[in-house]
Design a protein around this ligand. Structure first.
Ligand code: MSP
Length: 516
């Protein structure tokens, strides 16, 4: 469509040494919700995710598994594809950094930087953390309880001394500060933006962008003794996937990306290094980077050594996929850290999903089924109260657009639940079951207002809970072509036959102690 608005959104690409856990699922889930939301809102969307397969960390894990790195990454990359299917992500592409298209893009970007005098040969001496795949300055290290110095992330560091190519990051300090200043929305949330700006103001050192002490990476063009630093390689994935170095086709259509979604731990790479690399290569920086917080498990830091890693598949099996998707984006203001607990999960599932939304749908549809001949009722004139309910539902799209454009999912969802709760209060007040004998026309109007409200809510919640909302829309006999946001303004038609209603969110019932 000519003039169609476009939206390019990316998740980080995941290190394949780890098996997928709640943290990985969370970052991509937030992308999926935005991608689905924008598609329903008429945008031409590209949603990218994938795996980060080079570097020392992955090489080490391959060795530990007794495999060569290529076969190892072929095998474990599949776990992340499986996660995408299990979580019902709607990604349009899945990139692996070991693919030829990506190696070509990295080498092309390198050549471009070199040709523009943005890469020079030197010697690197300093601290490196394999776990973070990051260089840390002397002043950034912290002393651990055992007196050993570690990276600020707690990861062990080692002293590295090797010939290396450098990127003159120090020269980009002023350009970066100017860029942040001119693009106040580049980094979200605002607290993170301030952190990045003060880091850059503190002064930047040139960045080592190649390694010679191991082999698992993209060879540096014309100097194969070096491989590219894994973060320069990894960040490039965002332009590989739109066809770089060809800047006509998809690149012209989608670049610069609208949003790179990342966790707070990898913001520096995306908000400092990446725009500097791009500007240095004469390419446009992305429009926005949003850093979300980290999950803990029942109050504890999640780590393999503590044995408390939360596996997405286990959550899905226990609570159901859509309740998990809902919980992750509802429980915590997006950007803050959050705690996963069974109690909080069940509270939201039984409270907001089963008792509030599920009951609203079930009560409405059951009465239509029983008292309106299982057809959408014909409504009479709306009273002020009817109008307020339906107009409240009608105002949600604008509210969701506004909150989701700031990645504040919890605010958008809260607005939807204000409408759900007022609809439940309305049904109690209007008591349509009592009108069946006394005023059937009024009963039809009340049930119509409720069904319209449920339709709005179901259409708008599709990005968060695609399967359950599809089932609810089936029960309202809303045709598949009438489920996008433009169709919000096409009300239900009286007389449309409706199938028998079925509950969408079964309550979670605790297994009794000792029960089989
Ligand atoms: N490979 C790099 C990213 C390169 S992007 C060009 C990487 N990979 S990762 O697999 O270690 O982490 C990916 C994402 O998972 C990060 O956004 C990180 O914040 C997120 N999480 C890992 N553990 C997490 C939690 N406990 N909670 C929330 N998110 C967490 O970094």
């Amino acid at each position: 469509m000519i003039g169609q608005r476009r939206f390019y959104i990316t998740s980080p690409i995941y290190y394949v040494n780890d098996s997928p856990h709640i943290g990985h699922a969370y970052t991509t889930l937030a992308c999926d919700v935005l991608a689905r939301f924008k598609r329903l809102d008429g945008f031409d969307v590209k949603f990218l995710t994938g795996t980060d397969e080079h570097g020392q960390k992955v090489e080490k894990s391959a060795r530990a598994a007794g495999m060569d790195p290529q076969s190892f990454t072929d095998k474990v990359s599949q776990n992340f594809r499986d996660l995408a299917r299990a979580m019902n992500y709607s990604n349009d592409d899945f990139i692996r950094t070991t693919e030829p298209r990506h190696i070509a893009a990295c080498q092309a970007l390198w050549r471009e930087l070199k040709a523009r005098g943005q890469i020079y040969l030197g010697d690197y001496q300093g601290w490196y953390s394999v776990r973070d795949e990051a260089f840390w300055g002397e002043g950034e290290l912290i002393s651990g309880s055992d007196g050993k110095r570690t990276a600020p992330t707690g990861a062990p560091v080692e002293w590295v001394k090797e010939p290396s190519y450098f990127f003159p990051l120090s020269k980009w300090q002023d350009r970066l500060l100017k860029f942040y200043d001119e693009n106040p929305d580049f980094i979200g949330p605002a607290s993170r933006r301030n952190e990045v700006i003060s880091f850059v103001r503190g002064g930047l050192e040139d960045l080592s962008v190649s390694r010679t002490s191991f082999k698992w990476g993209v060879p540096v063009p014309d100097d194969p003794a070096h491989i590219m630093y894994v973060w320069l390689d990894a960040l490039t994935n965002y332009i590989t996937a739109v066809g770089y170095p060809d800047t006509s086709g998809e690149y012209a259509r989608y670049w610069p990306a609208d949003l790179h979604m990342v966790g707070k731990d990898i913001l520096r790479f995306h908000a400092v290094y990446w725009p500097a690399f791009l500007m240095a290569a004469g390419l446009a920086p992305p429009k926005r980077v949003f850093a979300h917080g980290w999950w803990t498990n029942e109050g504890n830091k999640i780590s393999k050594s503590l044995g408390n890693v939360i596996e997405p598949n286990a959550l899905i099996a226990r609570y159901g996929l859509d309740p998990v998707r809902y919980f992750l984006l509802r429980e915590v203001p997006f950007g803050n850290d959050g705690d996963f607990s069974h109690k909080a999960m069940v509270g939201r599932l039984n409270g907001e999903l089963a008792n509030e939304l599920g009951n609203l749908a079930q009560r409405t549809l059951a009465q239509v089924n029983k008292n309106c001949d299982a057809k959408v009722p014909a409504r009479g004139e709306f009273s002020d109260e009817d109008r307020m309910l339906v107009e409240g539902a009608g105002s949600l799209l604008a509210r969701l657009r506004e909150t989701f454009d700031r990645q504040q999912f919890h605010e958008g969802l809260e607005a939807v639940w204000v409408v759900v709760r007022s609809a439940n209060a309305y049904i109690d007040r209007q008591a349509p079951w009592g009108l069946r004998k006394t005023d059937p026309a009024r009963m039809a109007t009340v049930l119509y207002a409720l069904a319209e409200t449920v339709r709005h809510v179901a259409i708008l919640l599709q990005p968060i809970m695609p399967d359950s909302m599809a089932r609810l829309l089936d029960q309202l006999a809303v045709a598949p072509a009438l489920r996008d946001f433009a169709a919000l303004f096409k009300p239900l038609e009286a007389g449309t036959p409706l199938p028998a209603p079925q509950g969408i969110f079964p309550r979670f019932v605790e297994a009794r102690e000792g029960a089989a």
